[in-house]
Design a protein. Structure first.
Length: 184
């Protein structure tokens, strides 16, 4: 349930809670993070997608931030989902470093609060693959399509390491642009 727009650093967000998740959705999408274009093109050629979002893990907040979206009007860049530590998705993808696989529309309906929006795109499968570097999960690639196979999942897992350099560059830029605390 939306509580209406709130202000977070001059960007208006809608805010809602669902199954223990706190969801912040910007009313206007930010720009896609740079450096992922080649990965997106390779994914499109190899196994395809109706929608691809790239999510960065922010351990300090226990949240995922959308940094890339092929459908920014529906899934805007800058959206954030705060997850409780016991969340199945978090335990599978971030902690367990394994893919989270929803192979059917029924599984999507049971799992996602925005299942109607996802299914309206023509989705029949939703697969999330972790992006891992030096034993740490940096984020995830979230693929939606009419259907996927185990072969597609393997290709996604082989593609994920190509995202590492872009994630690390983004992390460096975020560290450089952190606000300096105000001295009282």
């Amino acid at each position: 349930m939306s509580t209406g727009p709130t202000i977070k650093g001059c960007v208006a967000f809608s805010h809602r809670r669902f199954n223990g998740f706190e969801c912040l959705k910007p009313l206007i999408s930010g720009d896609n993070a740079p450096g992922f274009e080649e990965l997106v093109e390779k994914a499109s050629r190899t196994f395809g997608f109706l929608n691809l979002t790239i999510l960065a893990w922010r351990a300090e907040r226990g949240s995922l931030v959308r940094i890339y979206s092929t459908h920014p009007a529906d899934y805007p860049v800058g959206g954030e989902k705060v997850m409780p530590p016991e969340a199945e998705w978090l335990q599978t993808v971030i902690i367990g470093q394994r893919p989270h696989t929803l192979w059917t529309a029924d599984e999507i309906k049971r799992y996602y609060n925005d299942a109607n929006e996802i299914l309206a795109m023509g989705a029949g499968a939703l697969l999330c693959v972790p992006v891992i570097s030096e034993g740490k999960t940096l984020g995830a690639l979230n693929f939606i399509n009419k259907g996927y196979t185990e072969k597609d999942l393997k290709a996604m897992q082989e593609l994920a390491p190509r995202a590492v350099a872009s994630f690390e560059q983004l992390r460096e830029e975020m560290d450089v642009h952190k606000e300096t605390p105000v001295q009282g």
